[in-house]
Design a protein around this ligand. Structure first.
Ligand code: SF4
Length: 495
């Protein structure tokens, strides 16, 4: 058939219109399908009207087996004892991440938060680190790099800037800095005797990102991660109070679990309950935190409280006892579902309009919610007087390997345990909000199962694939302006 130019451009126009129609939908159809699948899979006990899994998000994601090595030591450390016998290899990292993210995109749709995690991310050369982030974005993930924060501005700058043009290759970077006194080997403070001694290092971490924004316009979202053990639980409130204004947008606490390298298990991590950790978090926040306003997965695993400070007053985004807030949350989900609000203004505006057209009750609901929020913040004058600071508090309680292994293996056989402890572990695994991808088998597994069951074997395989060689230092250490490499600590040598 003969084709006319007008024919071709009409087809192009149609394709472009279809594309515009798709990106301005509140939710991508692949996400709609993934949310429906996740909801259908969830166990009954978490299917409440406050549950966000399967309605707003399919959950968090993380990488594994891509750079298991670390040059600090933690007690506990969730990585298996072989992790430090694996060479850092940028090509391996990027290739594996690409495959893991492709599976996550296929099974979970676009727009989900994914952590670049598995060892110390800054042992990757800056260009490899950047390539890993780009691969994650290419597959529709929102990456966050998980680091111990003991790196220099030169590294951060090399990560953020394109080496060919010197211009920023990212408009924003997300980092989680892990700081606590259970870590050993940080430059300048090999072993911190208290959490307070680490505050200058926390401040330095935030200052590097401030400088990056000042000098290159690259914004940052920073989270603070802290493992909680009997040794530092009472210091949690002071960490929050001392560091609240440093620039972190999230404080995340992980009660220690018996996972990973046994040589690094110290103390009785079950000496306190997660309620006791949360009480310390509330003490530090100076307010009740409304984690039951919404739930992500199982409450025994996760607590999340969204809110912020207006002046010195903490204001929850949603009040868990307020029926109006509860109704608004459900209207919001009905209108927008898993909608990604991080979009150019015109796209966002159209998505909002289409979501509201689908469920107009969300509009008066939003007005009522905004009024209540401003009232809780002390009124419009209080809001205008101070610049509100958003801050999220999170607690994530990993489970012990001795429970996860039998629970996971029984689930694989399609069995429910009669042992109440193992049964509870199975319930949590089924409601898991933190998945890792296995492209070789096409499966997604909970991070607890990854660390407790799969990591040891995976790292053993990696020691053969990527054995340490004479040149076992990270490539990044050879880059000009960076500090000399530190050897990874001997296993079990800390504390
Ligand atoms: S099952 Fe484990 S990894 Fe999953 S949400 Fe619960 S604690 Fe986290």
């Amino acid at each position: 058939m003969r084709r006319y130019p007008g024919h071709v451009s009409a087809r192009r126009l149609l394709a472009r219109l279809r594309e515009v129609e798709l990106i301005t939908r509140p939710q991508h159809p692949d996400l709609v399908a993934a949310l429906a699948r996740r909801w259908a899979e969830l166990p009954a006990h978490v299917k409440t009207d406050r549950q966000m899994l399967g309605r707003r998000t399919v959950g968090c994601e993380g990488t594994h087996g891509v750079f298991p090595r670390c040059n600090l030591a933690c007690t506990p450390c969730y990585h298996s004892r072989e992790a430090n016998r694996v060479r850092i290899d940028g090509a391996h990292t990027v290739r594996e991440i690409d495959e893991q993210m492709a599976l996550l995109r296929e099974r979970r749709g676009p727009g989900q938060n994914a952590q670049l995690i598995g060892g110390e991310v800054t042992l990757l050369a800056p260009d490899d680190h950047a390539a890993a982030l780009e691969a994650m974005r290419r597959h529709g993930r929102k990456p966050m790099s998980m680091s111990h924060g003991d790196f220099d501005y030169d590294y951060l700058e090399a990560l953020a800037l394109d080496p060919d043009t010197g211009r920023a290759r990212f408009s924003q970077l997300s980092f989680a800095g892990h700081f606590d006194s259970m870590m050993y080997g940080r430059r300048g403070i090999k072993r911190a005797r208290s959490e307070a001694e680490l505050n200058p290092y926390r401040e330095r971490f935030c200052a590097m990102f401030n400088r990056l924004e000042r000098e290159h316009g690259v914004r940052a979202y920073l989270a603070h991660n802290m493992t909680v053990t009997p040794r530092n639980i009472d210091e949690v409130p002071a960490v929050i109070r001392d560091c609240r204004e440093m620039g972190f947008r999230m404080f995340s606490f992980q009660p220690a679990a018996f996972v990973g390298n046994r040589a690094r298990w110290k103390d009785d991590y079950r000496e306190f309950s997660t309620d006791e950790v949360w009480a310390r978090v509330e003490q530090g926040a100076g307010a009740r935190l409304h984690f039951r306003a919404l739930q992500i997965g199982d409450e025994r695993c996760n607590r999340t409280a969204y809110g912020g400070y207006v002046g010195g007053r903490y204001v929850p985004l949603l009040h868990e006892d307020d029926d109006g807030d509860r109704a608004f949350l459900n209207d919001f989900i009905t209108a927008f579902g898993g909608m990604d609000f991080d979009a150019p203004a015109a796209v966002l505006g159209t998505r909002l309009a289409r979501g509201l057209a689908r469920h107009p009750a969300a509009l008066p609901g939003a007005v009522g919610w905004a009024r209540r929020l401003i009232r809780r913040a002390g009124g419009p004058r209080a809001v205008l007087r101070s610049s509100p600071q958003a801050l999220t508090f999170v607690m994530h309680a990993f489970m012990d390997a001795r429970d996860v292994r039998p629970a996971w293996e029984a689930l694989q056989r399609g069995e429910r345990s009669d042992d109440p402890r193992i049964r509870a572990t199975q319930e949590r695994l089924q409601a898991c909000s933190y998945a890792m991808a296995h492209p070789e088998s096409g499966t997604l597994v909970p991070a607890c199962a990854q660390h407790s069951v799969l990591d040891p074997e995976e790292n053993l395989r990696l020691t053969e694939l990527l054995p340490l060689t004479v040149q076992d230092a990270p490539d990044s250490a050879a880059a000009p302006g960076l500090p000399p490499p530190r050897p990874a600590p001997e296993l079990g040598s800390e504390r």
